[in-house]
Design a protein around this ligand. Structure first.
Ligand code: EPU
Length: 432
């Protein structure tokens, strides 16, 4: 177990290189199950969620070869096992992608039902509705989702999603890639990682058009063969460093990004008085003056991303005036606000709304990460606060940020990871 210790109150300067997108990687790696041949996947972030997925593929019988820190060769030609072990499958919420991939390739899948999470229930009714429309019988029992295509192969269908769901859109694209006939997904999600998954599948021989719009057409093909693919840069990781500079002040070049993907985040930071200059594949983020209040509403892409909501809240804690955040995607994504209050932040939460009254200064305190983005937002708040902060339970953060400590140290933060004893492994005292 580890915690981060932060000596805050230092502005950030320098350049930071952005890694491959977590939420693209956790879709593309299971999608390799659809391919009979070797997929070379480049720009994979080195994070624990990716390692878990690669281990699941190994357990299924895939050959996974590490080429370098961010490149793997995955060959799923000879999968021997199609049941995902319960413990591994439950550890990672995106394990639902294994359903679409296994169902598409073999006409059958058995995957543990993904658990809920700290910001609300995690229903998969839209995924199931789509698989059913494609001709699968889907059953949930004993903690597993069982899905089986009638006649052994899925059949193309028209699917209208009731909710704009990233996971359902990606899962149905995977399932339909090898189905017989054409599938049309309406009211599809449009996030950059949806387009990335479609591009990956197309580069392996799929026929998918319309990704990035709300109608995606998938003409099923007989087989997918191997190829090479490089994952897009992580929009949320880049936004997180932009928010860190906004909170602490300073000037940082955020490199290796797609500026178009950043517009929804850049626009809010500019409203708050942060300067953002675009140069090819980088953004220079500068904040010298005071931060101004603003309102933020999270929405599916191209709206402001829910996965940046806690980080922008950390910045708004230091803005002049009162800001209002409306969470438009998840039911309960404000658990971190209790921890922010320890630093002297003034935040009130009422259902999906948080009202933040900016203060002049935050002061360091211990905080406990409750999920990935909440945890990294606590790091940002700690970097901006005067004095020493600690963030514990950082396993949440390491699920999704490659080399966070190294990258933040590289732009002038005083942050280090410290091992802490696991209370469950401590000898029990005989006294008392
Ligand atoms: N929903 C349903 N039924 C479904 C699917 C979703 O009601 O069948 C609801 C959810 O409860 C939620 C909303 O629809 O209220 C949107 O959920 P979505 O399916 O889009 O989320 P997801 O695919 O489970 C991905 C990201 C999340 C990100 C959301 C929204 C991955 C692995 N996860 O989740 O990322 O918050 O999209 O953009 O891609 C993170 O990276 O920290 C993270 C939580």
């Amino acid at each position: 177990m580890k915690k981060y210790v932060i000596h805050g109150g230092r502005p950030l300067y320098g350049r930071v290189e952005i890694s491959g997108a977590k939420n693209a990687a956790v879709g593309i790696i299971p999608a390799a199950l659809l391919v009979k041949g070797t997929c070379r996947i480049e720009n994979i972030p080195e994070i624990s969620d990716v390692n878990l997925f690669l281990n699941i593929l190994r357990e299924l019988g895939a050959q996974v070869r590490t080429v370098n820190q961010n490149t793997v060769d995955v060959d799923c030609a000879s999968i021997i096992n199609r049941q995902i072990p319960y413990e591994n499958g439950r550890k990672i919420r995106a394990s639902y992608y294994l359903l679409g991939a296994l169902l598409g390739r073999f006409g059958k899948a058995e995957v543990p039902l993904p658990g809920g999470c700290d910001f609300g229930g995690r229903p998969i009714d839209q995924h199931i509705k789509g698989f059913t429309a494609l001709g699968a019988k889907v059953d949930v029992r004993n903690g597993y989702v069982y899905a089986e295509a009638e006649g052994g192969r899925l059949k193309g269908a028209q699917i209208y999603l009731d909710i704009v769901s990233v996971g359902a859109t990606m899962n149905l694209m995977m399932a339909a890639a090898l189905a017989e006939g054409t599938t049309i997904i309406e009211n599809a999600a449009k996030e950059p990682h949806i387009v990335d998954l479609a591009n990956f599948l197309n580069s392996m021989g799929a026929d998918i058009t319309g990704s990035g719009t709300d109608i995606i057409k998938i003409h099923g093909v007989e087989r997918l063969t191997g190829g090479e693919y490089s994952i897009i840069p992580d929009q949320i990781e880049a936004g997180t460093y932009m928010a860190a500079v906004a909170a602490t002040g300073g000037e940082v070049r955020v490199c290796g990004i797609i500026p178009k993907h950043m517009e929804c985040i850049t626009a809010k930071l500019v409203e708050m008085g942060v300067e953002v200059e675009e140069e090819d594949d980088s953004l220079i983020v500068r904040r010298n003056g005071p931060l101004q209040r603003t309102n933020v509403k999270t929405m599916p892409y191209p709206g402001f991303p829910t996965d940046m909501q806690p980080q922008i809240a950390a910045v708004l804690c230091l803005a002049q005036g009162t800001s209002v955040i409306t969470e438009g995607v998840w039911d309960n994504r404000y658990r971190y606000t209790e921890e922010f209050r320890r630093l002297g932040a003034k935040i009130q939460v009422d259902g999906k709304i948080a009202i933040i009254e900016g203060v002049n200064q935050l002061t360091g305190a211990p905080m406990e990460a409750c999920d990935l983005r909440a945890g990294v937002a606590m790091v940002i708040a700690g970097l901006a606060a005067q004095g020493v902060s600690e963030v514990s339970n950082v396993g949440h953060i390491e699920r999704g940020y490659e080399n966070l400590i190294g990258k933040l140290s590289g732009i002038g933060s005083d942050i280090r990871a410290v091992e802490v004893p696991d209370p469950e492994k401590q000898p029990v005292s005989a006294a008392g």
